[in-house]
Write a protein that binds this ligand. Structure first.
Ligand SMILES: Nc1ncnc2c1ncn2[C@@H]1O[C@H](COP(=O)(O)OP(=O)(O)OP(=O)(O)O)[C@@H](O)[C@H]1O
Ligand SMILES: [Mg+2]
Length: 247
């Protein structure tokens, strides 16, 4: 589904952040990326999603066999790449429901489909929000305005479930997520996951990987993947930290 080959990227006119990333994600897989602060994890997810503040200087990103490096972020989203935000933006005056309706219909339009009939949309919103324990009044609040950390998480997972992407990239905040928020992410990912889609999960929490079974765990440090293993690698990191890998 996703093949990243020798990817180098830098901040527009700035420092080189990614220094030769190789990563292959197949349908049905969950990959976790861990690594020290400032390693380039969020940069990698932004570069996959196509954020314009980064420039790819070398290498390739293939999504379903197609090079997407020239694609705008919206085009990548329409092709089925979803990125959650480590720091979500607030959009005053646009409700949670209206935002997701617009995003979903825009996606459909780009793929040659008509708007989802209102009734079907409502039923889907109801089904997904109930699954996540989202209350009705939450759906009419302005997007992310005054949301608590857990509410932001819940909304993000709600967006993922509504948009039903092929590849979901979840960049988890380093701190401030309580055990409930971790569960929201975990339950959401487990409900979403099937043989046809894939998840790239960036996390500092070994604990989260107790709830979500990753097929692979990668360590990203200084712009490179320096080690890949299975879930036991996350446990080893928890016990030993990163230093033993860096020297
Ligand atoms: N737009 C930007 N402008 C300036 N510096 C940036 C920008 N984006 C990333 N960087 C720098 O690139 C490096 C990697 O940042 P990145 O956010 O990818 O790290 P991370 O691995 O996600 O860290 P964390 O675990 O703290 O979330 C950092 O030194 C950061 O300051
Ligand atoms: Mg980050």
């Amino acid at each position: 589904m996703l093949q990243i080959k020798n990817l180098h990227a830098r901040i527009e006119d700035g420092a080189q952040i990614l220094k030769g990333i190789n990563l292959e994600i197949k349908p049905g897989e969950v990959h976790a990326i861990m690594g020290p602060n400032g390693a380039g994890k969020s940069t990698l997810s932004s570069v996959i999603a196509g954020k314009e503040e980064y420039e790819v200087t070398e290498g390739e990103i293939l999504f379903q066999g197609e090079n997407i490096i020239e694609d705008a972020p919206e085009e990548r989203a329409h092709k089925g790449i979803f990125l959650s935000f480590q720091y979500p933006v607030e959009i005053p005056g646009v409700s949670v429901t209206n935002f997701i309706k617009a995003a979903l219909n825009e996606n459909r339009k780009a793929n040659g489909l008509d708007d989802m009939p209102a009734k079907e949309m409502l039923a889907m919103i109801r089904e997904k929000s109930e699954k996540l324990g989202i209350k009705k009044d939450f759906l009419s609040r302005s997007l992310n305005e005054g949301f608590s950390g857990g509410e932001k998480k819940r909304n993000e997972i709600f967006q993922m479930m509504m948009l039903n992407p092929k590849l979901a990239i979840l960049d988890e905040t380093d701190s401030g997520l309580d055990i409930d928020a971790l569960r929201i992410v975990a339950d959401g990912v487990n409900t979403f996951k099937n043989e046809g889609n894939a998840v790239l999960l960036i996390t500092h929490y070994q604990r989260l990987l107790n709830y979500i079974q990753p097929d692979y765990v990668h360590v990203l440090a200084n712009g490179k993947i320096i080690k890949t293993g299975d879930k036991s690698l996350a446990l080893e990191l928890e016990a030993k930290g990163y230093d033993w890998l860096l020297n």
